[in-house]
Design a protein around this ligand. Sequence first.
Ligand SMILES: *Cc1c(COP(=O)(O)O)cnc(C)c1O
Length: 224
Amino acid sequence: MIAENVKKTLAEIAGGNPFGEKVTLVAATKTRTADEINEAIRAGIADIGENKVQEFTEKFDAVIGARRHFIGHLQTNKVKYLIGKTYLIHSLDRYELADEIEKRAAKADWTADCLIEINIGSELSKSGFSLEEGADAYQKLRRYPHIRIKGLMAMLPLSDDEAMLKELCRKMRALYDSLRREDADIEHLSMGMSGDWKLCVENGSNMIRLGTSLFGPRIYPQTL
Ligand SMILES: *Cc1c(COP(=O)(O)O)cnc(C)c1O
């Protein structure tokens, strides 16, 4: 089932987005076993994303291949476990986190590729810079010597209001385009989950993070 879902989704995004860009599929692997993740990789997944450092670390060696993304909220005291191990951190959402990544990455003589997280729906439950802060945050964050800003990440609010969601995508795309015009390192707009990825890709996303639609519903252990 996982392999079928992966192949079907890869075929659906094979044509890229309307902006002529390739769409990268990141499998969101929280709560999934290494066996399930390896099955997805054998079916064609090249990028996987965890949203908890503990899971990222526990499965790191058991998962074979694939570029490792970190997509969840990152506590500063856990940054040290990711140094040298991530292809991309999607959740750079505050300066305090950038300070810690800078300190740890410098010590390891490594550069962390990161996306700036934008709280596009201005939701209290989500972190990130506001859309209005985005350009200024980019100017400040790009000055950290061991952080390379590669683009933007956002999570759309849960809503059936397609017009509103499209408008939020368009705003994200406009910010992304404005950064990209002056910085060739900017190449990822990470936006889209199982419920909304088609709308996101149609409206400018070039990186989607899918969990449920690849692996089925998540079952969280009681203790979490
Ligand atoms: C879990 C998760 C996803 C995937 O969510 P689904 O709805 O299962 O596709 C995407 N992005 C982040 C940051 C996540 O934590």
